[in-house]
Design a protein around this ligand. Structure first.
Ligand code: M6R
Length: 366
């Protein structure tokens, strides 16, 4: 069943060109600059009246939620909060009914996410679930469902379902943003063209995975590692760190790069590699200065950068390349690189990749 791959995780990483394609199939109109999401049953007026979005999720799905926040704010002009389901349940949310709740859960069975959605529904909030499992519990607890079409994910570490969640969030943000008149038809067209290029671009990364494997050798004997990124690359950093700690047992932290000097910089030495997600965008210069800060503390820096970016080579030790893409879409590509980096690090350490210690694929208890 592993189709010749050594682990389900590697197989699932390789399935991403298809899982992404399947997730957006039949929904994107390049000509009109629109995304059709009839399954949401959301009226245009309802969408226009929305005041706020609350995203509820755990783990990797929560990391996807952070990207969702930036997208909804930029493309749909909607203030968005991202809540950890286990915290939301026991807090005192101030909700008035004109919010949209979006639950992101690959399995559709995460106990805390289910309970948090029930609690938000009790305030009269309209809910949408983004899930990969047809007929899962969340599909019954939510008003509507947007499916990621990744196929079953066996590896405990989420990979193809994460990138499909990002695609679902791009689609939702464009859909809401077009109806609310925030994102223009032309901007939406650019994004749609960019989304359609993602499967081919991911394939290019997969074809060059040997380079990532070589880089992973540098991690295997380390105790700690930092992942840094800004704006859309911040959730990529969080997810890169979660993946590494989950399967390789290396202590890894994902940070908004601007936060480094507020504490974690004290931990940076020549023994703490730093992975900087540095694809081009309006925070590119900022991440370069953060890279200089950690280089000054002798860290080995591995950058994820655009394939035609030659400037970055001056500042870092290793560059892992991704095909250049639309600024908003680059997180999908960088995430694939970081999945491979974690995978090969765990492989070098001979870890139990598909079933890491202490973890379950779906967390159906509190
Ligand atoms: O099924 P869910 O998306 O609700 O699961 C949430 C988390 O348990 C999950 O993403 C977990 O963090 C993964 N093992 C990460 O790879």
């Amino acid at each position: 069943e592993k189709a010749g791959y050594e682990h389900f995780m590697l197989k699932e990483i390789h399935e991403q060109p298809t899982s992404i394609q399947n997730t957006f199939a039949g929904k994107l109109s390049e000509l009109e600059g629109t995304v059709t999401l009839d399954e949401l049953y959301l009226e245009r007026d309802e969408i226009k009246r929305l005041k706020r979005v609350t995203i509820i999720a755990c783990g990797t799905s929560w990391n996807a939620g952070i990207l969702g926040k930036y997208l909804f704010e930029k493309l749909a002009g909607l203030h968005t909060d991202v809540e950890t389901a286990s915290e939301f349940r026991y807090s005192n949310p101030v909700l008035c009914g004109e919010e949209l709740t979006i639950a992101i859960t690959q399995s559709g069975e995460t106990a805390d996410t289910l309970a948090a959605v029930r609690s938000s529904s009790s305030y009269g909030c309209r809910s949408i679930a983004i899930t990969n499992v047809v007929g899962s519990t969340i599909t019954r607890e939510s008003d509507s469902v947007l499916y990621t079409r990744s196929g079953p994910e066996i590896g405990v570490a989420a990979t193809k379902t994460f990138t499909a969640q990002l695609v679902a969030l791009y689609m939702l943000a464009i859909h809401l943003g077009r109806i609310r008149g925030v994102v223009s038809a032309n901007e939406a067209k650019d994004l749609i063209v960019g989304m359609k290029r993602l499967p081919g671009q991911i394939q290019k990364i997969l074809n060059k995975k040997e380079m990532i494997k070589e880089c992973a050798a540098q991690f295997a004997d380390k105790r700690d590692c930092f992942f840094i990124g800004r704006y859309l690359n911040y959730p990529v950093a969080l997810e890169g760190a979660l993946k590494l700690k989950e399967i390789s047992y290396i202590h890894a932290e994902g940070y908004a790069a601007g936060e480094l000097k507020h504490g974690p910089l004290a931990l940076i030495t020549d023994e703490t590699p730093v992975v900087a997600i540095a694809t081009r965008g309006h925070t590119y210069e900022k991440i370069l200065s953060n890279i200089k800060e950690v280089k000054a503390r002798n860290a080995t820096v591995i950058a994820v950068a655009d394939d035609d970016d030659t400037e970055i080579d001056k500042y870092v030790d290793i560059v892992l390349r991704v095909p250049s893409s639309h600024e908003l879409l680059a997180p999908v590509l960088s995430s694939v690189v970081l999945q491979l980096l974690s995978y090969y690090t765990a492989l070098a350490k001979d870890c139990s990749i598909d079933k890491p210690r202490n973890l379950a694929k779906s967390v159906t208890v509190e």
